[in-house]
Write a protein that binds this ligand. Structure first.
Ligand SMILES: [Zn+2]
Length: 256
């Protein structure tokens, strides 16, 4: 059994067949998926999905390209969610994104920082998004020591990888792009990272793996990404699958 540690099943591209998408997880032996909320509207949608499906879990975070309210306090806004009867299992995704110019770096930094501090205070895993901002992301991760979490949709940055592997409780999650034939830097990273620090995800509906390239991605396809990872590492499928399942259980504190 595998876990899709990161997907966005509330996107409208799933509106016509969301129930079938969830049903296809079991056929592919995907025992659970984590639906990642990125703003107040999607936090509600993600919670709704988790309440309706025993194999869906959810997280809440303020994505660096979401609308960022001035003075945002994760403690104030997230606290009640995590104290509720059906709490999220992680903070995020959050981080720094300098690819899109939706928000300035100066606007993104305090919003990322408060989420890191909240996660540390509550001992929650934090899910990191970083795009064209490896140095800026690392700067804040180092400024708030003692966190634990996941570098999501890992992009191959040697500096971020070295930092994560030097921390006791950080994991590196690969998405479908690790299966792309030309992704040689990602392939190299996928071979170097100890199995005990690896996770897989879809980031659905985005970045479908090579075998499904060009299609809408969905949680069942995480198996293709996993098989590509096992082939790159030349490791027995069953052993690696068991290790990845245990990694998912350890970081989220859930017996998936
Ligand atoms: Zn995402």
């Amino acid at each position: 059994m595998l876990i899709d540690t990161h997907c966005h099943l509330y996107f409208d591209s799933f509106d016509d067949d969301r129930e079938q998408v969830v049903a296809r997880m079991a056929e592919a032996r995907i025992s659970a998926a984590v639906v990642i909320g990125i703003d107040p509207q999607t936090w509600q949608q993600a919670r709704g999905l988790a309440e309706a499906h025993p194999n869906l879990y959810y997280s809440i975070g303020l994505h660096p390209t979401s609308e960022l309210p001035a003075g945002f306090s994760a403690h104030e806004v997230f606290g009640p969610w995590f104290d509720s009867g059906n709490p999220p299992i992680a903070v995020g995704e959050c981080g720094i994104d300098l690819h899109w110019d939706t928000n300035t770096l100066e606007a993104q930094q305090p919003v990322f920082r408060t989420q890191l501090e909240f996660a540390r205070e509550r001992d929650l895993p934090v899910i990191i998004h970083t795009r064209d901002a490896n140095a800026e992301t690392l700067e804040l991760l180092q400024a708030v020591p003692g966190t634990r979490g996941i570098l999501h949709c890992f992009n191959g940055s040697p500096e971020l990888m070295a930092w994560a592997l030097a921390q006791p409780q950080w994991y590196i999650s690969f998405a479908g792009n690790v299966s792309f034939k030309k992704a040689t830097e990602l392939h190299e990273a996928a071979r170097l990272i100890p199995a005990g620090r690896l996770l897989v995800e879809t980031d659905a509906p985005f970045i479908a793996p090579q075998a499904m390239r060009g299609k809408r991605n969905e949680p069942a396809y995480v198996r293709h990404t996993f098989e590509a990872l096992a082939a790159l590492r030349n490791e027995p499928i069953d052993e690696l699958e068991q290790i990845l399942l245990e990694n998912s259980q350890r970081i989220f504190g859930v017996d998936f």
